[in-house]
Design a protein around this ligand. Structure first.
Ligand code: ZN
Length: 138
């Protein structure tokens, strides 16, 4: 069995962002040379997510509005976590949107369902963040 590991780096100019990282994961898969196996992609920070959904701008606006209803950024004082930090909302948003995805690899390609794309969800940006790509197979 082969194993491949790569870290992706992000530093968004805004506090929140959704980035389509499918091309970066596909590039990692090509580098790995693995034809059959599994590809794990996970955020390495607890205020960011990796998730799969549609690359459609309206949906991304809907995610933003929905998450702000569930865990509004402000007032900062509403969160017990916000003693020395102001990112209590970002931890909650990350938990809802998820830490990682696993995608099957078939014939050297990510074996997606219809319209599936991989996204990095940033909820406390303007700082260095990392995503792990781990691929196993043969
Ligand atoms: Zn925090």
């Amino acid at each position: 069995m082969k194993s491949y590991r790569k870290e992706l780096h992000f530093h968004t100019p805004t506090r929140r962002a959704f980035l389509n990282i499918t091309d970066k994961v596909e590039a990692a898969l090509k580098e790995s040379g693995i034809q059959e196996g599994l590809c794990l992609v996970n955020a390495k920070n607890i205020t960011a997510s990796v998730f799969i959904n549609d690359d459609e701008a309206g949906l991304h606006q809907d995610f933003e509005a929905w998450l702000e209803k569930l865990a509004p950024e402000k007032p900062y004082s509403q969160y017990h976590h916000n003693g020395y930090e102001d990112n209590g909302d970002a931890h909650l948003k990350r938990t809802i949107m998820g830490r990682e995805v696993v995608v099957a690899i078939t014939k050297g390609e990510l074996d997606f369902g219809t319209w599936e794309q991989i996204f990095y969800g940033e909820f406390d940006g303007k700082r260095d963040k990392r995503v792990l790509v781990k691929i196993i197979g043969e």
